[in-house]
Write a protein that binds this ligand. Structure first.
Ligand code: UFG
Length: 336
């Protein structure tokens, strides 16, 4: 059992990781500023785990807040989710992204160093591959920033690499997520974007609940089997398990690792729509719309390295992703 600080632990992936870490026997403290997380999430985490949740409100940009948290608790490691993550918004507000994702990471690392905590799992993204030359994409593929969000993830990875290379006290688990989807089997936590969703799965979910009239399929003339964009969707509970394995590896070996977290299996927009329609029991309306600027035809992970290094393998199916999402959105408490 280890003592873990989870930044951004009330968010979508963070909350599922909280459950997975707690169920693996770890002692977890959450910090979150609730900029993109419901205030009801800690209470629902307590219901899922059957134990009280320690959740402290504050920002990773606030050095004093972090010092206080590290002074009150003795941590073995940190799992760092707290960051901004919308590609389109990052183009409009690049400095916000560089500040929260870049400076937030540095402020956290400084607080960790002061408290002598030298193990961190970092949320990276497949977005670091930019427009990949190769799919499935292996971790050795070059990093290319095609928007400010991607830049901040590359920057984070490079900062950690410099630290690990030059200061033997540090070790990092860098996890490049493909497309997270689905919700917890309890139906108590899931993805809950405040505004109109940008990403496909939460958008489909809103159409399924009747909150939005129809899905726009962004392009049907890509060089893919049915012409629509293909992505490697991974169930958020599998993704959460990846963090447990990454942390175990870090605490066991003190060796840094960098891996993709995906399934290796891509699905098109039309396949997603059809799977979700089956899950919610009605054909969801859609229209073909122009391509979205900046989109690539296919993103798909080479998953072998994560399996070899961490023993990670995604177990849940596309049906599991759609049915758990539907189970969550059909009953969720709105906006908390
Ligand atoms: N799509 C639609 N209609 C929508 C929304 C999306 O057709 O309303 C399509 C997109 O064109 C794309 C696919 O659905 O083909 C997936 O789009 P998402 O917006 O859900 O996800 P992206 O793959 O564009 O991006 C996400 C994250 C990135 C991350 C990337 C990694 O937002 O941060 O996955 O694969 F880098």
């Amino acid at each position: 059992m280890a003592s873990i600080l989870l930044t951004g632990g009330a968010g979508y992936i963070g909350s599922h990781t909280y459950v997975a870490l707690t169920q693996a026997g770890h002692d977890v403290v959450i910090i979150d500023n609730f900029s993109n997380a419901g205030r009801g999430v800690p209470g629902r985490l307590a219901r899922i785990t059957g134990a009280p949740v320690t959740c402290l409100e504050g920002s990773v940009l606030d050095a004093q807040f972090l010092d206080d948290v590290f002074a009150k608790h003795s941590f073995d490691a940190v799992v760092h989710f707290a960051a901004l993550k919308a590609v389109g918004e990052s183009v409009e507000k690049p400095l916000d992204y560089i500040e929260t994702n870049g400076q937030g990471l540095i402020t956290l690392l400084r607080a960790m160093e002061k408290a002598s905590v030298f193990r961190l799992v970092f949320s990276s993204s497949a977005t670091v591959y930019g427009i990949p030359d190769e799919t499935p994409t292996p971790e050795t593929a070059p990093r290319r920033a095609i928007n400010p969000y991607g830049f901040t993830k590359i920057m984070g990875e490079e900062v950690l690499e410099q630290l690990a290379t030059n200061d033997a006290r540090w070790a990092f688990g860098t996890l490049r997520y493909f497309n997270p989807a689905g919700a917890h089997s309890s139906g108590l936590i899931g993805e809950d974007p405040g505004d109109t969703p940008n990403n496909l799965m939460p958008y489909i979910a809103r159409v399924a609940t009747g909150d939005l009239p129809q899905i726009s399929v962004f392009g049907d003339d890509y060089d893919t089997p049915d012409g629509t964009g293909v992505r490697d969707y991974i169930h958020v509970e599998d993704l959460a398990q990846g963090h447990v394995l990454s942390l175990d590896a870090l605490l066991r070996s003190s060796q840094s690792h960098l891996v993709n977290l995906g399934t290796g299996q891509g699905y098109s927009v039309l396949e997603m729509l059809s799977a979700y329609s089956a899950a919610c029991g009605r054909d969801l309306p859609y229209k073909i719309a122009p391509r979205r600027s900046g989109d690539v035809p296919i993103y798909c992970a080479a998953p072998e390295k994560a399996k070899k290094l961490l023993g990670f393998e995604a177990r849940r199916t596309l049906q599991d992703m759609c049915s758990s999402s539907w189970n969550w959105v059909a009953q969720r408490p709105r906006g908390n």
